[in-house]
Design a protein around this ligand. Structure first.
Ligand code: C2E
Ligand code: MG
Ligand code: MG
Ligand code: MG
Length: 283
């Protein structure tokens, strides 16, 4: 009886595993298709200065609506793209689209000061990201300061020196280098020394309970202090309430981003948001 239960259990495990693999392969195939057929799009979320509440830039966030499956969140398909090697092409497409969009806004007189793009650490092993960024900036008539690349601490996890060399090249060009999800990874502090970082983004898990949790307030305040002491811009992500905004502002946080200010939105909606604010400068 026990033996049979064990066998059933093993079969259940294998079935579940096969289903997971099937699902992964299915997502991978659909994602390749979406990339080839231009079925992906970017949404843009504002970054605002504290306390002035000025737009300092937007972050491009990838969106995928599959015909059968509906909206698929990046947290589900980015890992699949990373495992399958598709991430290089995907992130290259995002960088290209984001730069093209910023150039179009500039031509149309829409005042978006800068563009931030997420780049998977894996892309630095596949491509010359610095060379790609440099050619994109020239092609779209942008300056290096118009672009910031957001990378997570995972970029420093292995011994390969290529990611660091490329980030150094980007930094020397004047492109912003931002550490995303700061505080959730490993070796946070030592690698702020080794990387040419211009910005750190306090992870939203530290922001969520800021009004309730004294420990989170202490951690947020410490991160802001470190960033400022090192001359970096500190951005708080996931700001959802005015209370969080006020606390972060008092702690000396430079920039905030989150649903309290604006959700990530398609380009036309972002333009409407920017235009409405200009008509009402106190907003
Ligand atoms: P991230 O770069 O840390 O982006 C912040 C995430 O928080 C976004 O989720 C954004 O929609 C969400 N967010 C913004 N404001 C708030 C808020 O007030 N509250 C809450 N709860 N969430 C907020 P999203 O768009 O689902 O993206 C998830 C992650 O997927 C990103 O985290 C980034 O790591 C990755 N990602 C998105 N687009 C790309 C891309 O083009 N390339 C790569 N490599 N990764 C991407
Ligand atoms: Mg990001
Ligand atoms: Mg983040
Ligand atoms: Mg994140």
């Amino acid at each position: 009886e026990a033996k049979r239960a064990g066998r059933d259990c093993a079969r259940y495990f294998l079935n579940t595993m096969n289903q997971a693999l099937d699902q992964r392969l299915e997502i991978e195939t659909a994602l390749r298709h979406a990339l080839a057929c231009n079925a992906l799009q970017l949404h843009y979320q504002p970054k605002l200065s504290l306390p002035e509440n000025q737009l300092v830039g937007v972050e491009a966030l990838l969106r995928w609506k599959d015909e059968q499956r509906g909206w698929i969140p990046p947290d589900r398909f980015i890992p699949v793209a990373e495992e399958s090697g598709l991430i290089g092409a995907l992130d290259a497409w995002v960088m290209e689209q984001a730069c093209a969009q910023l150039a179009r806004w500039r031509a149309e007189g829409v005042d978006v000061p800068s563009m931030s793009v997420n780049v998977s650490p894996l892309r630095f092993h596949q491509d010359d990201v610095a060379a790609h960024a440099s050619s994109l900036l020239v092609r779209h008539g942008l300056s290096a300061g118009d672009l910031t690349l957001e990378v997570t601490e995972r970029v420093m996890l292995d011994d390969d020196s290529r990611p660091r060399e490329q980030l150094q090249k980007l930094h020397a060009m004047g492109v912003g280098v931002s550490v995303d999800d700061f505080g959730t990874g490993y070796s946070s502090l030592s690698y702020l020394k080794r990387l040419p970082v211009t910005e750190i983004k306090l992870d939203k898990s530290f922001v969520r309970d800021l009004e309730l949790d004294q420990d989170d307030r202490a951690l947020a305040s410490a991160v802001i202090g470190i960033g400022r002491a090192l001359g970096m811009t500190v951005v708080a992500e996931g700001v959802e309430t005015d209370g969080q905004r006020q606390l972060l502002q008092h702690m000396g946080c430079d920039v905030a981003q989150g649903y309290f200010f604006a959700r990530p939105q398609a380009a036309p909606d972002l333009v409407a948001w920017v235009t409405a604010r200009r008509a009402q400068p106190t907003g």
